[in-house]
Design a protein around this ligand. Structure first.
Ligand code: CA2
Length: 148
């Protein structure tokens, strides 16, 4: 029997606050709402998802390493504000043989200048931004398409 391909969905700082403030930017869904829909979508696609959130940069680095060690099919990564600052996360992405799909709810390029640099994008397989919670759905479809 072959193992169900694993997609890790990693979320960075402040994304635990989704649905509580700034709905005009990030929408009304909570991270739990998004996670529940991803679980259903993963089941329909024949994938397993492991969905996590942390406010700590090192946790995201450790989880990227874990995705590598577990031989995940892909990582979907919304690194939050660490996207724009973290060379450690960039290096962790480079350090694993797992494609990383960068995701954002908003379109950082249409926002403040400090959001225009992405250290994640420089190491990622590709990026999906600006579609609100649907960015995650599109990213899971992209992960499924990486199967061969
Ligand atoms: O658009 C995205 O997904 C971001 O990764 C969200 C980050 C932001 O720093 C990135 O530039 C783009 C911020 C997540 C904070 O989410 C909040 C949600 C509700 C209330 C406060 C923060």
């Amino acid at each position: 029997m072959t193992e169900t391909p694993l997609v890790m969905v990693l979320n960075g700082p402040n994304l635990n606050l989704l649905g509580s403030r700034e709905p005009q930017i990030y929408g009304h869904d909570t991270l739990d709402d998004i996670a529940a829909r991803l679980e259903d979508q993963a089941q329909a696609l024949g994938l397993a998802v492991d969905i996590r959130q942390s406010n700590h940069e090192g946790h995201l680095v450790d989880w990227l390493h874990e995705a590598g060690a577990r031989g995940a099919l892909a990582v979907i990564l919304n690194a939050g504000a660490f996207t724009h600052t973290s060379i450690a996360i960039h290096d962790a992405i480079k350090g694993i043989a797992v494609p990383v799909i960068e995701v954002h709810l908003s379109n950082p390029h249409a926002r403040e200048d400090f959001r225009h640099i992405s250290f994640v994008a420089k190491a990622a397989k590709g990026s999906i931004s600006g579609f609100g919670a649907a960015s995650y759905r599109l990213a899971l479809d992209a992960a499924a398409a990486l199967r061969h």
